[in-house]
Design a protein around this ligand. Sequence first.
Ligand SMILES: [Zn+2]
Length: 244
Amino acid sequence: MNHSFQKGHTHPITHIINKIAGIFVSMGFEIMLGPEIETEYYNFDSLNMPKDHPARDMQDTFWIKNKKKTLLRTQTSAMQARYMETHKPPFKIIAVGKVFRNEATDSTHNASFHQIEGLVVGKNINLANLKGTLNYFLHKLFGNNIKTQFRPGYFPFVEPGIEIDMMCFRCGGKGCPTCKQSGWIEILGAGIVHPKVLSNSKINPNKWQGFAFGIGIERLAMLKYDITDVRMFSNGDLRLVNQF
Ligand SMILES: [Zn+2]
């Protein structure tokens, strides 16, 4: 009788998370995990997003029925205050996990996806540290030939906020369907931690500064593995998964 078994292997999302986490660990970051069911305080209030803040509308939220002020976390940034309340700076952490948004799905949006949140707090941290760290990370992940640009962006928990684009590797910046003819692809959001976010967690913003960044894993995986529909990662189709 022929007993042959198919060998198991990692899902492409697990694969890229391991790769990304490995790059940050090599730079001295610690890895944190946190709860997927989160309180309103950690998901929003601690991050400078009080109840009437318009930025809350940017993230449609799944609330937990019959449990006051409890939700499925919309961002791994929820880990920032959890960590800062219990640790003294300086530190460098990443928080990895699933996040949830109550929105319609299409080829680039899913109701559940993965993020990696980064948080660095120390003395004299500035935008140059942020740029250096993220450029190093993107070169390690995508190769040394990529080009990046940093431009202003808005996130309530950072000031200033930065969005980072990568020059489209498919057209080399000339414009194509992948980059919507712009020559650039939005990769991640980041910024200098808002002083209020530090003081909310009892860290003195006059003494300590920090930078934070959020990476959408599916987005990076789609670019890296040339996948055009984000829903392919979660529909269980083995034709995709078996390539990894
Ligand atoms: Zn392009």
